[in-house]
Write a protein that binds this ligand. Structure first.
Ligand SMILES: [Zn+2]
Ligand SMILES: [Zn+2]
Ligand SMILES: [Zn+2]
Ligand SMILES: [Zn+2]
Length: 333
């Protein structure tokens, strides 16, 4: 989580650039430079003089002597610049999202499904459903006395109010998940919080800026449906993209479905493939639909099935299965 995400003007979502991505970007740059002598890095694209040092800050591909040369060249460069910006945007958008953290107890990858990972308001850890369930119930499924957090050993809250109180303390500590959750309470008016969309959005922006990618999806949904804000499809898409790049599978699915509605099946398929790889089963069904309607190949669908199986192999465990069998509250895929 170090390099600022290129599609984010807010500078909030962070993502890693792997060596491969850097290579890919350099390769693309070299390819387009070979196409066009104008793009020699030290020659002004407008007047051809050497030692140009003023870069086009949109595409970062063309140099100028100064602002005047840049302005003169604008109408010639505009199309190529926009094309390159779109290319760079897509490289960021369609690259492998960061992996989910491991559960700090069993060290298995945390499932993507919300009920498969539980936020501990005591220590702020996300713990898998299996590890939360195991110490709370005996072999017969009866609740044990003296329930404790499996990570920090603090005695579990005795009531919903106590949980909410603990979460509030975590909000004051700038815990992004606690802030995100409080935003959700304000959105619907729950757990002692009044319904207040403005407050919800304010909290979500704060959580997102602290690196909680999923929050951007909620902001996107607000813009798509005009909840607490004016309907704004552009902003909705922008926030879905931020969430998706940060590894949120629901936002990835949303982007795919928007592309289907716009008739861009190829882009839709690309989104769904990534979503399935990170555990989104609804996207698998949508790939099947694309295949049925002739917009995806059998190979695409087979590969998607296989990558979903790989995901399941990574997250499946006996203790998670036991928890899921005990209650849907612990369902993890
Ligand atoms: Zn010049
Ligand atoms: Zn440019
Ligand atoms: Zn675990
Ligand atoms: Zn704890």
């Amino acid at each position: 989580m170090s390099t600022p995400n290129k599609i984010c003007k807010d500078g909030a979502a962070k993502s890693k650039l792997s060596n491969d991505d850097v290579c890919e970007m350099n390769m693309l740059r070299q390819l387009s430079m070979a196409d066009n002598v104008e793009e020699n890095v030290s020659v002004c694209a407008n007047c051809g003089k050497d030692n140009a040092s003023n870069i086009c800050n949109k595409c970062k591909m063309v140099m100028y002597c100064n602002a005047a040369c840049k302005k003169k060249h604008r109408h010639k460069h505009k199309k190529q610049c926009e094309r390159r910006v779109a290319e760079l945007h897509d490289i960021e958008l369609f690259k492998e999202p960061p992996p989910k953290d491991d559960c700090p107890i069993c060290f298995l990858r945390l499932p993507y499904l919300g009920t498969g990972q539980i936020f501990m308001a005591c220590c702020g850890k996300l713990i898998c459903s299996g590890c939360v369930y195991a110490p709370l119930y005996d072999n017969k499924g009866n609740e044990v006395d003296n329930k404790k957090c499996p990570f920090c050993r603090v005695v579990a809250p005795k009531s919903e109010e106590e949980t909410i109180k603990r979460e509030k303390i975590r909000v004051d500590m700038n815990d992004p998940i606690a802030i995100y959750k409080q935003g959700c309470y304000y959105q619907v008016g729950a757990n002692g919080y009044p319904q207040d969309y403005t407050k919800a959005l304010e909290l979500w922006h704060r959580a997102a800026e602290l690196g909680h990618a999923t929050t951007y999806n909620n902001i996107g949904v607000s813009y798509e449906n005009g909840i607490g804000v004016e309907v704004d499809e552009k902003k909705a898409k922008h926030h879905y993209e931020l969430a998706a790049v940060g590894g949120d599978e629901v936002a990835r699915n949303n982007l795919g479905r928007n592309e289907v509605r716009s008739g861009n099946m190829e882009r839709a398929l690309k989104h769904f493939i990534i979503a399935v790889r990170i555990g989104d089963s609804p996207s698998l069904d949508l790939i099947k639909q694309l295949y049925t309607n002739g917009h995806a190949t059998k190979d695409d669908y087979t590969k998607a099935l296989r990558s979903y199986q790989t995901y399941l192999d990574e997250i499946k465990s006996d203790h998670r299965d036991r928890a899921a069998a005990f209650s849907d509250e612990y369902k993890y895929y």
